[in-house]
Design a binder for this molecule. Structure first.
Ligand code: ADP
Length: 214
């Protein structure tokens, strides 16, 4: 194998993201590498073209994906909307697992198991409270989507479902929130292969449909 071809393999997503040192060592020691270099690091598959995006109407707790995202509050101890539905469906073990996490900052994300949910994991994120748009809400909302994808990579979740973070009790206008959601997911490099935007109402669904077809 020509070690100079590593760039191609990285871009096409079939080579380890780490392990370049092993290949360089072979190159510089004068030993000609004739097969794939064996490395002991975890392999990652990057998807430079981004994940497949889908928009669906429904209840996120029924999604059979690797991870569903919960629109939580900073305490991570439960609430209304998506948060309430996720805790009810996952069962009381979820609350116990959330207590261990010690809360979560706005724009950040943390994972737990999914317990009784069909999804293996829950990624809890805290969206911004809408205050008119001049309090850094857009940056914080984008951070939520980016951090959720980072956490998905950390736990090895390749399929993920998002609710429309902040568009319920936190009051973020759905038009703007869905624009940020789709733009950020498209613009974030990760190993996630499929993203489902799960909407509870037709108006939010229509916003997403507009976004993903433009
Ligand atoms: P936030 O506090 O971040 O605004 P909410 O849970 O109040 O979170 O609402 C976020 C979005 O999730 C809203 O668009 C709301 O209609 C929607 N939603 C509420 N329950 C569910 C559910 N079970 N599945 C999917 N979306 C939901």
């Amino acid at each position: 194998m020509n070690p100079h071809a590593r760039g191609f393999f990285l871009a096409s997503g079939t080579a380890p993201a780490l392990g370049a040192d092993a290949a360089s060592t072979r190159e510089h020691s004068g030993v000609r590498a004739i097969g794939p270099v064996s490395v002991s690091v975890r392999e990652r598959t990057l998807h430079p073209v981004g994940p497949q995006l889908e928009v669906v109407l429904g209840d996120i707790v029924t999604e059979s994906v690797d991870a569903i995202v919960n629109a939580a509050n900073p305490s991570l101890l439960g609430g209304g909307g998506v948060d309430g539905a996720v805790h009810r469906a996952a069962g009381p073990q979820l609350l116990a697992a959330c207590r261990e996490l010690g809360g979560c900052a706005f724009g950040d994300a943390k994972a737990t198991r999914g317990f009784n949910l069909p999804a293996r994991y829950v990624i809890h994120t805290v969206g911004p409270v809408w205050q008119g748009g001049r309090a850094g809400e857009a940056r914080l909302l984008a951070n939520c989507y980016r951090r959720c994808l980072e956490v998905a990579d950390e736990i090895g979740a390749a399929t993920i479902a998002f609710p429309a973070i902040s568009t319920g009790a936190y009051g973020y206008p759905a038009n703007d929130a869905t624009h940020i959601a789709v733009g950020t997911v498209r613009g974030t490099l990760s190993s996630v292969q499929s993203v489902r935007f799960v909407c509870f109402d037709a108006a939010v669904h229509a916003c997403y449909e507009r976004e993903i077809t433009t």
